[in-house]
Ligand binder design. Structure first.
Ligand code: ARG
Ligand code: ZN
Length: 881
């Protein structure tokens, strides 16, 4: 069944207070709940029955005002329990029996190795007890946890610890109280044998907060970076948003088995170990940055999500889009702003644009869904963040801050909508965001075609934009969007002053060389006056809107922008577009069985980048990286995976050959400059360029490069350099060295599951033939566990999602492999099964032979007898026409 936004109704009942008592035993857990309930005065139907959510529960007792409700008094069907007659105000008690140790879905209360933990967002609470499991029902919680003192010395829940007690039979009890009203999805409980690292933070108004990170004892040495990130995030949210923490305690718990990255439960954040643990010896630079970003993201949810929450799950992006925007800005401030932006835009333009063009395309605020778990998507998160970023661009930082202050103030303690957010921004700024709201309701990636005309007589430059948006499921026609286009004009001697016809000079920029155009019509012109020479336009600076922009630059203009644009993002973007043009040529040649050399200009540009000491190392690394295969697949449809791969390999080899000396010298210089490992922007930039040089050199397949690579592998003091060397080696032709290195790496790191995940992933993403066979062997490796989502992602997810050339091997064996795994996981963990399906669901963009093979596998899954709602939704939407 499909659920529609238009059917939203306020809840018939409210829950003022929730008292939960958990009795955790080895064989089962009993959950006793006491709910103070009353009819919602705002309800439509004043005599509605009480309908509680509940899923896979054994009901042991049920009473209303201490009167047992007998079997004839209620009706239980599917995921709900209905009590037909209830008073206007009453106490509901119920006891349910659950089996956390058998819960492989990792929703509700489950066991991860030896510890008990919860994941309730979006609808996991109903797997714990009968409840009104919807975010607009907010309640104050008291939680009592009883468990064995030895096996579970640590007992945690939300809010403040109010008492502890020793019980009979070697058991103990802890009572927690959360003073803040919250929806059930923010409830959390943890019980286990954990150690902790502690620190404190004093807020801007002098509240002293105890910070604790709970981990298994062996991981105590991997908490420092998360703790530092947490304190940095707390300071940043005070400085940038004026948001202060609101309790005396903030806990983070690391668990091995977790479906997503982390969860923002009030004062008890639960994290996937991969997003909290970090140490130089075991974690790469990317890993450190992920920890920093996710710790901040979950912390920021305390305001954008918890204090102000979502009315219903159609509003998910209200908290996720806004919080991703907040964490992205935080990371930009902590490290390199341009690098962060390039990475985020890379994800958006590959994963999100592909989603927006596929069968699961949905607006940032969806109109309908079958299974909400399927909507924790790059559209809700990343495109949602872009929509908030556009509001920030349109309003400017001061008015945006005024808007966020108003939003938090107006809606504190409430469950609200995306509309409420936009209205607050509008009210605070006075800006009309009427047309802008279409970004929330229309799916699909807008296409913007721009052209420029210089009139040398009149000294005017006219930019003409045309926008359109392809149809998406359920939305055959689109209205034009309000698109902010940040831009400048470049002349021979630098940036030109902008005088937009019919507009006063922009007071925001002193020198008037940068502006934001408001593109609102299907076709619209902007005329710049007093333009002394034919300019090169720099458009969509910083990627100011999530659109596909087309402008017919010549390659020389792109080279010019690469060197002279004031906007770092657009310098990179010019390099990318130059790469796209060159690769397209090579793809076409490959398809026609022609031999064609890489455009010389790329080689010259690469040489200039490597020889210029004045450039930022991170920028050089980014600009020397050719467009990814995933991005090429986005700009060339139908997608010819094998030709794209061949073309990119050829281009990389030509660059490596022509620039061997430069790569060698740069590598040498950068490997000399090592102090102690720090995940600082400066060192990260240095390592990224050094390792890019190593990758290029290893393409040459010569003894010298091999030697350099082996030495880096054997002598590095950090995981970034070790992994980079191993990746280069595994993708090379050096057979015996490769196998030995993989073996040794496993032996060295077998006691570090997160490192072993990297080891899995490196093998699963090798572009060489024979990888599928290796992946199948890895599924039988003793370190692999199908029930652990990180391992599934490292092997199956990586092979199917990050290894196009092998996943799409022409006999369809990759597709068959994925379908088999989806069928296997469908019963164990539907969320993970459904997520893995992504690559198959986009079958329509590939060549006809591949389409047929992919479709056949989707049909095979569709024919399975007991499909979960998660998998059913993706498979049926993928096959619908
Ligand atoms: N709210 C979490 C976050 O983004 C993600 C929770 C996802 N849960 C799920 N069942 N898909 O920080
Ligand atoms: Zn989030």
């Amino acid at each position: 069944t499909t659920i529609y936004l238009k059917d939203y109704q306020v809840p018939d009942f409210l829950i003022d207070r929730t008292a939960l008592h958990f009795e955790i035993f080895d064989s089962h857990t009993l959950v006793h709940s006491t709910l103070a309930m009353r009819r919602n005065p705002a309800a439509k139907n004043a005599s509605a029955p009480l309908v509680l959510d509940g899923c896979e529960l054994e009901l042991e007792a049920l009473s209303i005002d201490d009167q047992a409700v007998t079997e004839s008094g209620y009706e239980s069907a599917g995921e709900s329990l209905t009590i037909h007659t209830v008073p206007d105000s009453f106490t509901l008690r119920c006891t349910t029996r659950i089996y956390p140790q058998n819960n492989t879905s990792l929703e509700g209360l489950y066991k991860s190795s030896t510890m008990y933990c919860t994941q309730c967002e979006a609808e996991g609470f109903r797997k714990i007890t009968y409840f009104l499991d919807r975010p607009d029902v907010m309640s104050v919680y008291t939680v009592t946890v009883d468990a064995d003192s030895k096996r579970c010395p640590v007992l945690l829940s939300n809010g403040n610890l109010v008492s502890t007690e020793t019980l009979e039979g070697g058991r103990h009890r802890a009572v927690w109280e959360d003073p803040h009203k919250k929806p059930a999805y923010l409830f959390a409980l943890v019980a286990g044998d954990l150690e902790r690292v502690s620190d404190t933070f004093t807020t801007m108004n002098g509240r002293k907060v105890d910070l604790h990170i709970y981990v298994e004892e062996k991981d105590l040495d991997k908490c420092d970076h998360a703790m530092l990130s947490l304190k940095n995030a707390m300071t940043w949210d005070e400085e940038v948003y004026g948001r202060e923490y609101d309790l005396d305690i903030f806990n983070i718990v690391a668990v091995d088995d977790f479906n997503m990255g982390a969860m923002e439960n009030k004062s008890l954040n639960i994290f996937n170990t991969s997003c909290v643990l970090a140490s130089p010896g075991t974690t790469t630079d990317a890993g450190f940055q992920r920890v920093e970003g996710v710790v901040a993201h979950e912390y920021f949810h305390n305001w954008s999500g918890n204090r102000v929450t979502c009315r219903d799950w159609f509003q998910l992006s209200l908290k996720e889009g806004f919080t991703v925007f907040r964490d992205a800005e935080f990371s930009a401030d902590m490290g390199s702003r341009v690098v962060k932006r390039v990475e985020d835009v890379g994800l958006l333009r590959t994963a999100q644009f592909a989603e927006d063009a596929g069968p699961m395309a949905h607006p940032v605020r969806p109109d309908s869904y079958m299974e909400i778990s399927n909507f924790y998507t790059v559209t809700i998160y990343e495109k949602g963040a872009e929509v908030v970023r556009m509001i920030h661009t349109l309003l400017g930082p001061e008015l945006f801050r005024k808007g966020s202050d108003l939003y938090f103030d107006r809606f504190d303690g409430q469950a609200v909508t995306c509309e409420d957010f936009v209205k607050a921004m509008e009210d605070a700024s006075g800006m009309d965001l009427g047309q802008f709201r279409l970004w929330y309701s229309q799916a699909g990636t807008p296409q913007v075609d721009a052209r420029g005309e210089y009139d040398a007589e009149a000294n005017t430059y006219t930019l003409t934009f045309k926008q359109s948006c392809p149809k998406t499921p359920g939305q055959p026609q689109k209205e034009p969007f309000h698109i902010p286009i940040a831009m400048g004009l470049l002349g021979d001697a630098g940036a030109l002053r902008l005088e937009l016809k019919g507009e006063a000079p922009n007071p925001d920029t002193a020198d008037n060389t940068h502006t934001v155009l408001h593109l609102k019509q299907a076709e619209q012109q902007f005329v710049f006056e007093n333009v002394p020479e034919k300019p090169v336009p720099s458009l969509l600076r910083g990627f100011s809107a999530p659109v596909k922009l087309q402008f017919d630059y010549s390659r020389d203009e792109l080279l010019f922008l690469m060197q002279h644009d004031d906007d770092g993002f657009n310098r990179w973007e010019a390099a990318q577009q130059l790469g796209v043009l060159a690769l397209k040529e090579l793809v076409a040649a490959h398809q026609n069985n022609e031999v064609r050399a890489l455009d010389e200009r790329l080689i010259t540009a690469g040489r200039n980048l490597l020889n210029d000491d004045s450039l930022d190392l991170a920028m050089v690394a980014l600009m020397l990286t050719l467009p990814t295969e995933a991005y090429m697949a986005e700009v060339m449809q139908p997608v010819d995976v094998l030709s794209i791969h061949a073309a990119r390999m050829q281009a990389r080899l030509e660059l490596a050959t022509a620039l061997k000396e430069e790569f060698t010298n740069t590598y040498r210089t950068l490997s000399r400059r090592q102090g102690d490992y720090q995940p600082s922007a400066e060192q990260i930039a240095q390592r990224s360029l050094k390792n890019l040089c190593l990758q290029y050199l290893m393409l040459l397949n010569d003894e010298h490069s091999l030697q350099v690579c082996m030495e880096q592998l054997d002598t590095s003091d950090n995981m970034t350099d070790r992994i980079a060397a191993l990746v280069a080696l595994v993708n090379s032709e050096h057979e015996p060295q490769k196998a030995l290195a993989l073996q040794k790496f496993y032996q060295d790191w077998q006691h570090e599951p997160l490192v072993i995940n990297q080891w899995f992933q490196i093998q699963a993403t090798s572009h060489l033939p024979g990888t599928l066979k290796r992946v199948q062997e890895l599924l039988n490796h003793p370190a692999f566990e199908i029930r652990n989502p990180n391992k599934v992602r490292a092997v199956i997810g990586a092979f199917c999602g990050q290894n196009a050339v092998n996943f799409h091997q022409t006999d369809g064996a990759g597709y068959r492999f994925l379908a088999d795994r989806v069928i296997e996981l469908n019963t164990l963990n539907p969320q993970i099964a459904s997520r893995l399906l992504g690559p198959l669901s986009k079958w329509r963009k590939y060549l006809p032979e591949q389409q047929a093979l992919m479709k056949a596998e989707l049909e095979r899954i569709a024919a399975e007898p007991k499909l979960s709602r998660d998998v059913f939704e993706v498979v049926s939407k993928s096959l619908a026409d």
